[in-house]
Design a binder for this molecule. Structure first.
Ligand code: SF4
Ligand code: SF4
Length: 478
């Protein structure tokens, strides 16, 4: 917030643009020079399996020089964790379309394989883990790279004054005299982002700031966009790509990665992103529009407590005003998701989360107007729908015979005089305008009142005592 205020103040005074938080951090740290690990000193530390992940997977990968369809055989992906709970990593490892395994093996036709550098998943650690990061900084990596952030960036300029840090990944000999010092997540990102083919933020902490940036936080937590600044563009000219959610739907992220890789491979256009860098095809709809409880809302039926099957808006659901596709995609592989499993939407994909949605599970203020309107409308249309449902829940033959031939039918009351004729009226409305059937029978339990009954046709009633045909039916007295 302080940074935004300062930026506004700078512009108002006619001064040049304020440096971004990333630029301020790099200015405070100074250059790394050419101080990197020496190959001869790497040793076995951090390599217990005697092999790094890329070498381990290479023999199993599907995308190789002989099989690749585009110019890229592989893309490196550097995964960083800022102020994070690691939930985004869990979400991505559970994704199915495409799965992380498929991405790592290049199993999708045309996609380059992803060489992932993840601090939890990779086999190697220590200097072996950091070596590809160094090569990327020096411009010596053997393929393009992208950077991915889960968790928010912080303001590391204050901790470094006291020798501390908020979040770091490994140590490099980047101290003033070449001594080892912890490299913060922020520093890696500030140094690697300009050369990245794309910079991706996963989860609401990285996309907007999320829970770590809630009011009162001491870390100066902010999003990747805030950290890199409005003018940031990747090496290919792409602003920060944002896939929010707390946690995000893993498939949302992997699908976005796959779409970008197809673009890099030359097989498709750059996917469509909205004005906040969200994949437009994933975040263009509200939760409410695809909610399994939407019809309850429309008919004015609302849950009073968790566990009730109706719409959850009166116990705190923000779905009508939240951009999220979990109601159509589920949490994992089209299963689960908030309302499907009984949870109200607390707006976890939104830039205003959490501060603008608290206290959780309190009724959203604006919902009183729409629920009152739905209650009025629902009191009218719900009985009408019940009426139509009763008519449609009967086979034509049962109308003609005047009974439902089911052992369970004793539980089912037959429509009486008024409802029976009402069903016929409904049936006439259904066929109105259908010229070819203007003289056809209307369906409903009661005897047709607009036609003279024809005993000859009655005899043709399927199942009737003298039935010989199946196609022609006529009314039958009950
Ligand atoms: S539970 Fe929420 S998202 Fe679903 S219908 Fe109700 S208000 Fe809409
Ligand atoms: S429905 Fe709401 S709480 Fe659930 S994942 Fe989507 S935005 Fe988050």
């Amino acid at each position: 917030m302080a940074t935004r205020t300062a930026a506004r103040r700078g512009k108002a005074n006619g001064a040049g643009p304020e440096p971004t938080p990333a630029e301020r951090l790099l200015a405070a740290l100074g250059p790394t020079g050419d101080r990197y690990f020496e190959d001869a000193n790497l040793g076995d530390f951090g390599l217990p399996a005697r092999v790094d992940t890329e070498t381990f997977l290479e023999p199993h990968a599907k995308a190789g020089p002989a099989s690749r369809l585009g110019p890229l055989e592989k893309v490196h992906a550097f995964w960083f964790a800022g102020m994070s709970c690691d939930g985004c990593s869990v979400a991505v490892t559970g994704a199915q379309a495409p799965s992380l395994e498929d991405l790592l093996l290049g199993a999708h036709p045309g996609l380059p394989r992803v060489v992932l550098h993840h601090p939890v998943i990779n086999l190697e650690s220590g200097p072996h883990y950091l070596r590809p990061h160094e090569l990327a900084l020096k411009g010596e990596l053997d393929a393009p790279y992208v950077i991915i952030l889960e968790g928010s960036n912080t303001d590391e300029t204050h901790p470094i004054e006291t020798g501390g840090y908020w979040a770091g990944v490994g140590e490099e000999p980047w101290g003033p005299d070449g001594q080892m010092r912890t490299v913060t997540t922020d520093e890696w990102i500030a140094r690697l982002a300009p050369g990245a083919a794309a910079s991706l933020a996963i989860g609401t902490c990285a996309t907007w700031g999320g829970i770590p940036s809630a009011a009162g936080n001491p870390t100066g937590a902010m999003s990747l966009m805030d950290f890199l600044g409005k003018d940031y563009r990747s090496a290919l000219g792409v602003p920060v790509v944002n896939v929010p959610g707390c946690p995000p739907i893993g498939d949302n992220f992997n699908e976005t990665v796959a779409a970008i890789l197809y673009f890099l491979q030359g097989f498709g256009p750059l996917p469509e992103f909205d004005d906040l860098g969200r994949p437009a095809w994933l975040f263009g709809e509200t939760v409410h529009r695809h909610c399994v409880r939407g019809a309850y809302y429309e008919e004015g039926n609302y849950a009073e407590e968790f566990g009730d099957p109706e719409c959850l808006v009166e116990i705190g659901c923000w779905g009508p005003v939240v951009n999220c596709n979990i109601t159509s995609r589920g949490a994992i592989n089209y299963h689960g998701g908030c309302m499907n499993s009984g949870g109200a939407c607390i707006g976890c994909t939104m830039p205003g989360f959490p501060d603008k949605f608290t206290p959780f599970h309190k009724r959203p203020p604006g919902s009183a107007v729409s629920t009152a309107a739905s209650r009025v409308l629902g009191s009218l249309i719900t009985p009408l729908r019940r009426y139509s449902n009763e008519h449609l829940d009967r086979e034509v033959r049962w109308d003609l015979h005047g009974e439902v031939p089911s052992g369970w039918a004793s539980e089912k009351t037959e429509p009486g005089f008024i409802r029976g004729y009402g069903h016929k009226f409904y049936d006439r409305l259904r066929r109105s305008g259908d010229g070819g059937k203007s003289n056809a029978e209307t369906w409903g339990k009661q005897t047709e009142w607009t036609q003279e009954r024809d005993p000859a046709r009655e005899l043709e009633l399927p199942g009737g005592p003298e039935s010989t045909t199946t196609g022609t039916t006529g009314p039958r007295e009950t």
